[in-house]
Write a protein that binds this ligand. Structure first.
Ligand SMILES: Cc1ncc(COP(=O)(O)O)c(C=O)c1O
Length: 379
């Protein structure tokens, strides 16, 4: 436990509480939690599902049959990927839960996980919790933020069991060309790694871009699983519903770990998620339009603040390079002190995040505009 850093967002909440107690009107551009509500069609499905007595009992461990069938159907409609709902799909209580349980499923003490140089913090802390080792794959402007697995040292590779990648990427907001997926698949095969593609932002693409599934690529299913989540796709972060799919053996192993730890997702929530995935998807496109508009507002304001960024291809973030002379933690503290705005320091996402901050677009328009204005005038 001593090796575990405080969970990033718990730390941000703590700093925010101190400022609020001082009377500051703090605006958080911190956590990636959609500000828009869950679409009404999904809320209505839940209202119906909650009246069904069968749903009040223990859920099925792997997810209800209709839920798993809906996940498979969604993968088919969205990516033309055909999956067996009985063996290649597993319900998750949010993808965070799935990521954390991959470690007890696949990592022994001393085994390595290859982790992106910036990424979702649980890729690292999941390993710390069970005595696993982390090797960070370099990401930066020099390689378009595509995690460099190819330069992993051979002694690390000898003890590596699992590799995470995630595009569209949190926090760098870049997408990966499918050829990168092909290289990752070949590399994972060569070195006998479980390849995990975290596709948490699969539905959030800009300027007409629709992010792909790694399972579209040849051979992926031999060594890869992919994680999808209703959290960002359907503004359902509070509902805790996601799924893993792909390689049947890996799905089975992860399911075995989970059945010894949790007892599944409230079945009514699964029913609502079926509506989310298989109902009309117009709300998804409307949501992307809102984030894209906010991205453009942020991009326009960056210069006046002294920041630079590549335009995001997707996700709900802008990954901004800070001025020279500060660490990203120093700069984030300055932004909070001078502007009353919370921005997570890039270093919190991994070693390659130094020199950056992450700006969340999941902020109501007026608050986002005010935050940018405050940053421009006070920094
Ligand atoms: C890259 C990535 N993966 C996974 C998650 C976890 O999402 P959830 O557990 O809500 O599905 C997040 C949440 O922000 C994320 O950014």
């Amino acid at each position: 436990m001593a090796n575990l850093p405080p969970y990033l967002f718990a730390e941000i909440d703590r700093k925010k509480a101190i400022k609020v107690a001082e009377g500051v009107d703090v605006i958080s551009l911190g956590i990636g939690d959609p500000d828009m509500p869950t679409p009404q069609r999904i809320v209505d499905a839940m209202a119906q599902a909650i009246t069904v007595p069968r749903n009040h009992q223990y859920p099925a461990y792997a997810g209800s049959k209709p839920y798993r069938a809906a996940c498979a159907e969604w993968m088919k409609r969205r990516f033309a990927v055909e999956l067996d709902p009985d063996t290649e799909v597993l319900a998750l209580i949010g993808s965070k839960e799935g990521i954390a349980h991959l470690f007890p499923a696949f990592i022994n003490v001393g085994d390595y996980t290859l982790v992106p140089g910036v990424g979702y913090p649980v890729y690292t802390t999941g390993g710390v919790l069970i005595g696993g080792e982390t090797h960070y794959m370099h990401m930066g402007d020099d390689n378009d933020w595509l995690a460099d697995f190819e330069s992993t040292p051979s002694d690390v590779l000898a003890k590596a069991r699992m590799m995470f990648i995630s595009y569209p990427n949190n926090p760098s907001a870049v997408s990966a060309p499918v050829e990168y997926f092909d290289r990752a698949i070949a590399f994972a095969k060569e070195h006998d790694l479980l390849l995990v593609h975290d596709n948490a932002y699969s539905e959030i693409g800009f300027d007409g871009y629709r992010p792909p599934s790694i399972l579209e690529r040849p051979g992926a299913r031999d060594i890869a699983i992919e994680l999808f989540s209703c959290s960002k796709a359907y503004n359902m972060t509070g509902w805790r519903v996601a799924f893993a799919c792909g390689n049947a053996e890996a799905i089975k192993t992860l399911g075995t770990v989970k059945s010894n730890i949790d007892s599944g997702i409230f079945t009514a929530v699964q029913d609502a998620a079926i509506e989310a995935m298989l109902g009309p998807q117009d709300d998804v496109f409307q949501m992307c339009e809102v984030y894209q508009r906010r991205r453009d507002v942020v991009m326009k304001a960056l210069d006046s603040i002294g920041l630079t960024a590549r335009p995001s291809a997707g996700t709900i973030y802008v990954w901004a390079r800070i001025p020279d002379g500060y660490t990203s933690a120093e700069y984030a503290t300055l932004v909070l002190d001078k502007a009353g705005v919370i921005v997570p320091p890039g270093s919190a996402y991994g070693p390659d995040g130094e020199g950056y901050i992450r700006i969340s677009l999941a902020t109501p328009d007026d608050r986002l505009a005010e935050a940018l204005e405050r940053m421009a005038t006070s920094l």
